[in-house]
Design a protein around this ligand. Sequence first.
Ligand SMILES: Cc1cc2nc3c(=O)[nH]c(=O)nc-3n(C[C@H](O)[C@H](O)[C@H](O)COP(=O)(O)OP(=O)(O)OC[C@H]3O[C@@H](n4cnc5c(N)ncnc54)[C@H](O)[C@@H]3O)c2cc1C
Length: 896
Amino acid sequence: VDGFLWVEAEDFEDYGGWVLDTQFVHLMGSAYLIAAGTGRPVEDAKTKVLVPRAGRWRLWVRCKNWLKGYAPGRFVVIVNGKPSRVLGTAPSEEWIWEFGGEFDLPEGEVELRLHDLTGYYGRCDALLLTLDEGYRPPNDLERLREERARLTGRPLKPREMGRFEVVVVGGGVAGCVAAIASARMGAKTALIQNRPVLGGNASDELGVSVDGAAGHHPFARETGIIEELGREKARWGLSWSEVLKRATEREPNLKVFLNWHVFEVRMRDKETIDAVVAMNTLTGEIALFEGEVFVDSTGDGWVGYYAGAEYRVGREGKDEFGESLAPEKPDRITMSGCIMGGSGILGFLAVDVGRPVEFKAPPWAPKLPPPEKFGREIRLVHTGSWWLEHPGEIDDLWDAEKARDELIRISFAYWDFLKNRWPGREKVKTYELVWVPIWLAKRETRRLVGDYILTQNDVQAGRIFPDAVAYGGWPIDVHHPKGIFSNDEGPFHCNIPVPIYTIPFRCLYSRNIRNLLIACRAISVTHIALGTVRVQATLATVGQAAGTAAAMCAKYGITPRELLKTRIWELQQILIREDAWIPGFRNEDPEDLALRARVVASSTWEVEKWGREKVEPAPDLHPLNMRRAMMLPVGRTRFIEAVYVLLRSNREDSVKVRLGLRPANGPKDFSSRRDLAVAEAEVPPGRESWVRFDVKCQVDAPYFWVWLSRAEGISWRLMREAPQGSCRAYEEEPEKWCCKEGFYAVCSDPPIEIETGIRPENVINGLTRPIGGEPNLWASDPEKPLPQWIELRWEDMVEISTVYLTFDTNLNERGWRTAFVPECVRDYDLLYHDGERWAEIVKVRGNYQRRRVHRFEPIRTRRLRLVVLATNGDRSARVFEIRAYGPSGRPASRTP
Ligand SMILES: Cc1cc2nc3c(=O)[nH]c(=O)nc-3n(C[C@H](O)[C@H](O)[C@H](O)COP(=O)(O)OP(=O)(O)OC[C@H]3O[C@@H](n4cnc5c(N)ncnc54)[C@H](O)[C@@H]3O)c2cc1C
């Protein structure tokens, strides 16, 4: 438009030290540049514009004084070498146009520079040069949008991006898993993400670790798509963002749209979403994505909000659901987020520069509690901890920029605390603050309401719902409502372990919007239950369920609620088939031909012998400064001649130690006071040795435990592993035994022989992980060398075109760190018998995945054989499940 020149800050040719921030486009309308200098002015951002004609141009700058009364982020615009008035000083904290002054400019090229004055987060959205003296740019967002369109020629009418069967909005871990699940079910799927990378809180930008039930329960790691991604991540040393990029790009039915922020929906009717409207966070362009079924994975429940879905924010009162951990009265308090800068950087980054560095806090840094009331253990000094949190009244939804800015202030206050007031401040003397990241990782915002609201009582009872589709097991981890200002009340409101519980499908769709599923922390739970479901591996199981359900809704033309009524079993069976675990459920897929087969194997590890050669010493030694004990299963060995324990003596003389042997009725049951035998033995001086105690006793109980008397200068070595059901304890008070993790090094003569419960037919028992002491797998005899094989045999000829194999990737490991899990099968051949000889279906070498699916031209056979040639370390071939499908029952999905 004649007489106007509009320049977006994000369009500058060179950002210098300024950083592009697109996190708040929905609140302030556009991307902007921020001078994140940690107290040192950043380098100028520069660009050139063509001034159409010479004249006296008036400069307007859209900027923000982010802390009224302090104006921390001041800067000027330098126009052809001449500075503007100081900007970022307005008397309000709103994004507004500040007047920069008048400039006599020639026609032609003019240089513009953003020149930071403070290094304290000054921000600039756009510049406007005008010849019109009376012109005032609008501050109101709607009018600004129109004005921007008028002056830049940017169209207001949305670009049509096409119609999809499933539209997933939000590319956190759960959203990505949902989109992959949907696409693999055959639905044409769009994934819309407002960041330049995938992963949400786990992304390269933020770097939150992905956790779930495994840290707190045995064999509880989440499987399905998240396990597949985690294995790939470990194998190739990738970040979550990288692995999600690869995985989403591999899916032919999935299209990913990065840097698009959904800010509106178009409704077909009051209860049905027709399309979502998104803004490109880099260009400001508007686009429309039409769909049949929508999945809200925004973490914030934005799609639901725009569609008018019922939602909750904050804490329920105690009475509403009878939750003992809830406050008396409801309120709008939510858990704070944190600012993060990628893996391992929380709140700030400081480096040791090798010389003393002083630090003076800026005047706008808040006051933190004094050291004696700080209430937190400080372990790291180069970066902060997850409890660098603001009070829970601050609104992470509508005041998200403010929430981020409060966290910036807290980081400076905390660094001041470490440098100047912390009793351990000597440790940070030579550290210098180099970076305070600007990226906001959120913990809690909105929760959409489904047909069921999961509560504290459900998770504490470990409920198995009939419509269970996902599960959790992380503790109820709710942070203190006052954040870092909680004083010596510490960082938690509560952190209470829970058993494994299930999440019902009814929590995964909106109560009042017909075609909206939820796959993020905004699922239908109370504030207290959110404390456990919010971790990302748990949400990944939710994502797989919601994405699969979304594709089914699209395929059958039904709503999620109708799916619940008519096809929940089908959904559960598909999830189990795709290696999701639903506690309490097993494979009952009528199409799985394996369930009708007989299973035979070349060998089976039926009995585990616990002899001295099995004991692998651990680094720890525990002094016999109290009685200590170790429990083992009795197994088939009823009569025990002698017990051996591995003891270290620091003494110069030998000393006698006593050992008692008692029965136990179950694991961890140290209640018996009845010694079946007591024996004494001498511990040789000055070394570590196996000491034999002749007990000679019959044990007619399923477990036994041995205790050792106190002995000065003698310590008991721990061992790394022990037979299932083993545990150790120490005597806290006379005959009060406290059971602990880990094992003391013990074996017996004869070695105890434990039936493993491992059988070939376990591969078709419908369960694919150890549960309740049952291994649920086939493992070949570790005494017999590989190759070993396992075979499915049918009475009649069957036609097979797909085989699913599930190997062991040690679901006890908390995350996905090991590239090649030793238990996992590495090299194998899949064969079938054509009546005369064995023919090859596929040869696989170098496998590291738990789940492998092989699709091939149909074959007719009575015998299907898996030959395991090598593992990634284990001596046994270990297989949890084999499934076989014919062409008619061929599953639609495409797991690689
Ligand atoms: C500091 C911190 C530490 C934590 N520690 C752990 C931990 O150790 N382990 C663990 O498992 N969990 C942890 N959590 C919890 C966990 O990170 C969150 O609960 C989790 O990220 C929730 O996942 P989500 O998919 O719901 O949301 P997100 O991970 O936030 O993903 C949502 C995505 O949607 C995008 N989006 C939002 N709105 C829109 C829109 N309108 N249009 C398009 N895209 C949009 C967002 O940018 C984001 O990428 C932590 C959280 C925080 C804040």
